[in-house]
Design a protein around this ligand. Structure first.
Ligand code: SF4
Length: 350
């Protein structure tokens, strides 16, 4: 296969806090090729945004490398790093915070075009601003160019952020919870706009979200990495991973995806976790960090030994002692027995 556009290699990031040193990201690796959609999903504190910040060059890893077209971005000179930051654009969760409130939409989008000399003069800049607004479905563009951010809805502001990101003709976009602050109907429409950029312009996406139902819509043709307190616990192609999740944490996330069809909702697997509490990064559990919540944990194994990410075939990798053992013994990785009698009884009743 061709050289990846971006390669994250064994990324680890620690932070020193008042409670001691925490490991926010622990040895995370993956590649993105041109045109890929890679979704990183996990709860708050899973480390997905820290991975995005390292990939975007906003934060240096404590260990590991971010390679872009084979070059370590943290070893680049000033000019090369500037070109990198132009090639990889970031769309943040809160468009209002990232748009200058005293500039019009036209001025916000025109500024990088002029600053980077991507247009010859103001007339061409205005024409390009209109094209970019149409590209992100703010149409007709003249209805938006003279407005200020506060005069637009949250969804429209996020479209302006996307248009601004597209001013520099990026090769890759890192979208960090980019649709989590808008309502459901706007969310679908924004996701469609970003899919258009992927399908028509070949933009590579790293899409960060806490919501697996958004992954199901946006990343169906791509891959998913599931993170839990700093570690990748499962990854694979989206239809496989959502349709037949293996890691108990992914199974719990998949079970929570709402379905339009009530019959489908009723027939879905219900996975009862032992606890809803996410562990404190200052006091992580021993062994598998998911074991205090996992219905399938095995005493003496899961609370002692951290499971590595293992290739189980069909493009799937999973970090779970019990799932891997089940597959190695000829199972499908899902026919697992809950550990406690209480959970066994409750599963049978479901
Ligand atoms: Fe659960 Fe054990 Fe697998 Fe961790 S390793 S997810 S505790 S079964």
């Amino acid at each position: 296969m061709n050289e990846p556009l971006m390669s994250l290699q064994n990324l680890t990031r620690t932070f020193d806090t008042r409670g001691g040193r925490i490991v926010a990201v622990d040895n995370v690796s993956f590649d993105l090729h041109k045109g890929d959609i890679l979704c990183l999903v996990g709860e708050s504190g899973s480390g997905k945004t820290t991975v995005a910040r390292m990939a975007g060059g906003m934060l240096k890893p404590s260990l590991g490398k971010v390679l872009f077209e084979g070059r370590d971005i943290n070893a680049m000179g000033k000019d090369d790093f500037k070109s990198y930051r132009q090639a990889v654009q970031i769309i943040h969760q809160d468009p209002y915070a990232s748009l200058n409130p005293v500039q019009t939409i036209g001025e916000i989008i025109r500024a990088p075009l002029l600053h980077h000399k991507l247009v010859k003069g103001r007339r061409e800049a205005t024409q390009r601003v209109a094209e970019l607004l149409e590209l992100v479905d703010l149409s007709p563009a003249e209805n938006y160019i003279g407005k200020y951010p506060h005069q637009l809805s949250g969804g429209q502001r996020q479209r302006v952020s996307i248009a601004r990101a597209m001013t520099l003709n990026p090769r890759m976009i890192i979208a960090d919870e980019a649709v989590s602050m808008v309502d459901v109907s706007t969310r679908v429409s924004l996701l469609n706009t970003m899919l258009k950029l992927s399908n028509e312009l070949g933009v590579t996406f790293m899409f960060i979200t806490h919501d697996l139902s958004v992954v199901k819509y946006f990343g169906w043709e791509g891959r998913v990495g599931v993170m839990y307190v700093g570690k990748l616990v499962e990854r694979g192609r989206t239809p496989n991973l959502i349709g037949r999740s293996l890691h108990p944490y992914t199974r719990a996330l998949a079970a929570a995806i709402p379905e339009a069809d009530p019959d489908l909702t009723r027939s879905k697997e219900k996975l009862q976790l032992r606890s809803l509490d996410i562990p404190n990064l200052n006091a992580l559990p021993s062994g598998c960090v998911f074991h205090p919540r996992c219905p399938y944990w095995v005493e003496g194994l899961c609370d002692v030994k951290s499971p590595p990410l293992v290739d189980v075939g069909n493009g799937r990798e999973v970090a779970c002692h019990v799932v891997v053992r089940n597959i190695q013994e000829g199972g499908n990785g899902r026919d697992l027995a809950p550990t406690s009698e209480e959970l066994r009884t409750s599963s049978a009743a479901d």
